[in-house]
Design a protein around this ligand. Structure first.
Ligand SMILES: NC(=O)C1=CN([C@@H]2O[C@H](COP(=O)(O)OP(=O)(O)OC[C@H]3O[C@@H](n4cnc5c(N)ncnc54)[C@H](OP(=O)(O)O)[C@@H]3O)[C@@H](O)[C@H]2O)C=CC1
Ligand SMILES: O=C(O)[C@H](O)COP(=O)(O)O
Length: 567
C-alpha cells in the first residue's frame, strides 16, 4: 500500500497529493475485471481515455485544487476532527483517537484509491460512549423543550453554513454528483430546523382522559398522558445519504430528550463526522451526541446488542433484518431495501412517465432505496415509452461527480460487480439491451433492459445501480401481482389519467407509499416514509420519528369522589 498524505492539513496538504502510490499499477483488480469483460462478447467497455475524464492526471490535480478551495471555505472549522491522516471519532464532547491504533480506509469510488481514513473504535470505547450517553441523557431530558429546539436550530444553521466542505466529502466518499451533494447538506439543515419546530408542537402537548367516558366509570380519575424519551438512541444510516439519513435520526432523537450514538457508514463516514462537528459547534452537552467509527461487520453487532441502547434507528440493506433478530426488546425503526415498481397504464402521459422513469430510476445512478427499480408497462404503449426513455438516457452525462455528471461511479467495486452479475443473468436469459453495456471501473453507463421476464434476477433483485428492467404486462392485475409478489414493499408508483383507477391500484399495491403520476421519493421529509414486508419496521418522516423515539407515560389522578366540571 502506498503512503497516505494528510487529506487536508493547511498549506502542506496543498503540496502533496491525496494518495502517493509507489505502485505504477495500483489496482490489480481493475485488470482482472477488464480481462473478464473483454472475454465476454456481451460487454463493450470503454478504454480509460474514453471514459469522461474519470482517471486523467489533469483531472486529478484539478480535483485537488478544488478540494483545497472547499477546505478554505470551511475556514479551518474542521481542523480538530483530523489527526495526521486519520479522522478522529467523537466522544464525551471531544475528538479522539482510538486506542486500537487501527484505522479503516475509505476508497474514493471514482479514483478507487484511498481518500480518507477513520478510527477503528474498540468495544471499550463503545462502552464508554454508552455510559456517557446515559449520564448526559438524564440532564438533557430535564432541559426545557424550547432550549433543545434552540440548539437544534443553531446546529442547522452551522450545517448549512458549512455545506461546501461537507458536500465535498460526499463527492469524494460516495461519488455523489456535486450539486446533489450540496442539496443533501442543505436539505439536512432544513430537516433539523423543521424537526425542532415540530418537536416543540408534538412534545409540548399531552392528553387528558376522563374516566367516565368508559362504560361503568364515574368521573373520578383523570389521566395525564405525555411523551417521554426512550434513553439512548443508536443511529445507523447507509452510504447513500450519510448526512441526511443521519440527521433524520439525530434530530428527532435529540428534540425528544434522548442521547444519540451514531455509527456512520464507512463510505460517507467523513461527511458524517463533519456533520457531527456542526452539532459540537452548536454547543450540545458533552456525551449527549457521539460518533463511533469502524466497519459495521466488526463493531456493528457489539453496538446493536449493547445493553445501553434503548432504540435503534437503522437504514440500509438486509443487515437490518439480521439486526432486528438480535436486538432484543427495544423499539426498532428500520428502513431497508425496495424494488419500487412503476405501473404504466395505456392512458398515461408518456412524456411525463419517461421523465419520471429517468429521474426516478437513474438519479444518483440508481442508488436510492426509492429509485424506480422495475417498470411494468402495458404492452400497447411499451414501444412508445421505451423509445422516449431511451432518448432521455442518451442525454445523460456520464462521468465523475466533480463535473456534476448525472451518472457517476457506483459506491464500491463489489457493488459494480453485483450489478454486472444481474446484467449478465438478464443477457443469458434473453432480455433486450436498449443500450450497449459499458463499464469503466465503478462507472456503469445507464442501461434499460426491455422484455425482462420473471425468471430473470433483475425482475426481483435491487441493482442499486443505473440498470432498469422493463416488464411488459397485458393487464393491470398482472402489474399489481408482480409488485405484490416481491418480498419488498417500500414504495411504488402508478401513471394514468384516470384518478379512480389510480386510487384503486394504489390501494391494491402492498407498499408503504404509492405515488400517483410521479416517481417514488422519500421527501418532503415531513411526509410519512415506511416500508412493508422486508422493506422495514415502523415509519419515518419527521413527526413519525419524533413519536417513535418517545414512549407514553401516564399519571392518573384519583379523586376520592366523582367530580364533574360545570359549564
Ligand atoms: N429503505 C431505505 O430507506 C434505504 C435502503 N437502503 C438499502 O441499503 C442497501 C445499501 O446500503 P448499504 O449502506 O450498503 O447497506 P448496509 O446494510 O450494508 O449498511 C447500512 C449500515 O449498516 C452498517 N452495518 C453493516 N453491518 C452491520 C452490522 N452487523 N451491525 C450494524 N450495522 C452494520 C453499515 O456500516 P459499514 O458501512 O461500516 O458496513 C452501514 O452504516 C441497499 O440494499 C438499499 O436498498 C439504502 C438506503 C435507504
Ligand atoms: O435512502 C434512500 O435511498 C432514501 O431514503 C431515498 O430518499 P430520496 O427519495 O429523497 O432520494
Amino acid at each position: 500500500m502506498g503512503a497516505l498524505a494528510p487529506p487536508f492539513i493547511g498549506d502542506s496538504w496543498l503540496a502533496s497529493p491525496v494518495y502517493i502510490n509507489p505502485n505504477p499499477n495500483p489496482n490489480p483488480n481493475r485488470n482482472s475485471l477488464r480481462a473478464l469483460s473483454f472475454a465476454s462478447p456481451l460487454f463493450a467497455r470503454c478504454s480509460p481515455a474514453s471514459a469522461s475524464n474519470s482517471n486523467s492526471a489533469s483531472w486529478a490535480s484539478g480535483e485537488r485544487w478544488a478540494w483545497a478551495r472547499e477546505r478554505r471555505r470551511g475556514g479551518g472549522a474542521f481542523d480538530e476532527i483530523v489527526d495526521g491522516e486519520v479522522f478522529k471519532y467523537y466522544a464525551e464532547g471531544e475528538w479522539r483517537k482510538s486506542n486500537s491504533g487501527k484505522s479503516v480506509s475509505i476508497i474514493n469510488p471514482t479514483t478507487r484509491k484511498v481518500q480518507y481514513k477513520v478510527q477503528a473504535c474498540t468495544q471499550e470505547e463503545v462502552n464508554k460512549v454508552m455510559e456517557a450517553a446515559k449520564a448526559a441523557q438524564k440532564a438533557w431530558a430535564r432541559t426545557p423543550l424550547w432550549k433543545r429546539a434552540e440548539l437544534l436550530h443553531k446546529a442547522a444553521a452551522i450545517l448549512k453554513e458549512h455545506r461546501a466542505p461537507i458536500a465535498e466529502c460526499l463527492v469524494k466518499e460516495i461519488a455523489k454528483p456535486a450539486k446533489d451533494a450540496v442539496s443533501e447538506v442543505v436539505r439536512s439543515g432544513d430537516l433539523v430546523s423543521y424537526t425542532a419546530e415540530e418537536g416543540v408542537r408534538v412534545l409540548g402537548e399531552g392528553k387528558l382522559l376522563l374516566s367516565d367516558s368508559f362504560p361503568g366509570n364515574e368521573r373520578n380519575k383523570y389521566c395525564l398522558a405525555s411523551k417521554i424519551p426512550l434513553g439512548v438512541v443508536l443511529a445507523i444510516p447507509p452510504f447513500n445519504y450519510p448526512v441526511n439519513l443521519a440527521v433524520s435520526k439525530i434530530a428527532p432523537a435529540l428534540i425528544a430528550g434522548n442521547a444519540l450514538v451514531l455509527k456512520p457508514p464507512t463510505q460517507g463516514a467523513v461527511a458524517a463526522l463533519h456533520m457531527i462537528h456542526c452539532f459540537h459547534l452548536a454547543g450540545f452537552p458533552k456525551g449527549l451526541i457521539s460518533c463511533v467509527t469502524g466497519k459495521g461487520s466488526e463493531i456493528g453487532d457489539f453496538l446493536t446488542m449493547h445493553p445501553g441502547v434503548n432504540c435503534i434507528s437503522f437504514t440500509g440493506g438486509d443487515t437490518g433484518i439480521a439486526i432486528s433478530k438480535k436486538a432484543g426488546m427495544i423499539p426498532l425503526q428500520m428502513e431497508l431495501g425496495g424494488k419500487d415498481a412503476c405501473i404504466v397504464l395505456e392512458d398515461a402521459d408518456l412524456d411525463l412517465v419517461a421523465a419520471n422513469i429517468v429521474k426516478g430510476g437513474f438519479s444518483y445512478s440508481g442508488q436510492r432505496c426509492t429509485a424506480v427499480k422495475v417498470v411494468l408497462v402495458m404492452e400497447s404503449v411499451a414501444d412508445a415509452l421505451v423509445e422516449k426513455v431511451n432518448a432521455k438516457l442518451a442525454k445523460l452525462k456520464v462521468g465523475p461527480p466533480e463535473e456534476d455528471s448525472d451518472i457517476t461511479p457506483v459506491v464500491t467495486e463489489s457493488s459494480a460487480n453485483f450489478i454486472e452479475g444481474l446484467v449478465t443473468d438478464a443477457k443469458e436469459k434473453g432480455a433486450t439491451f436498449c443500450q450497449e453495456y459499458k463499464r469503466e471501473g465503478n462507472l456503469i453507463w445507464p442501461l434499460l433492459l426491455d422484455h425482462v421476464r420473471p425468471d430473470m434476477r433483475i425482475a426481483w433483485e435491487e441493482p442499486f445501480g443505473p440498470v432498469l428492467p422493463v416488464i411488459r404486462i397485458s393487464s393491470v392485475e398482472e402489474g399489481i401481482h408482480h409488485c405484490n409478489a416481491s418480498n419488498f414493499g417500500l414504495q411504488g408508483c402508478v401513471f394514468t389519467r384516470d384518478i379512480n383507477k389510480a386510487i384503486m391500484i394504489a390501494d391494491a399495491m402492498e407498499t408503504g407509499t404509492v405515488q400517483i403520476n410521479s416517481a417514488p421519493a422519500r421527501g418532503p421529509d415531513h411526509f410519512p416514509f415506511q416500508g412493508l414486508k422486508d422493506s422495514g419496521i415502523g415509519s419515518q418522516g419527521i413527526t413519525n420519528s419524533i413519536n417513535m423515539m418517545t414512549k407514553v407515560k401516564s399519571t392518573v389522578i384519583n379523586l376520592p369522589a366523582p367530580s364533574y366540571t360545570m359549564g
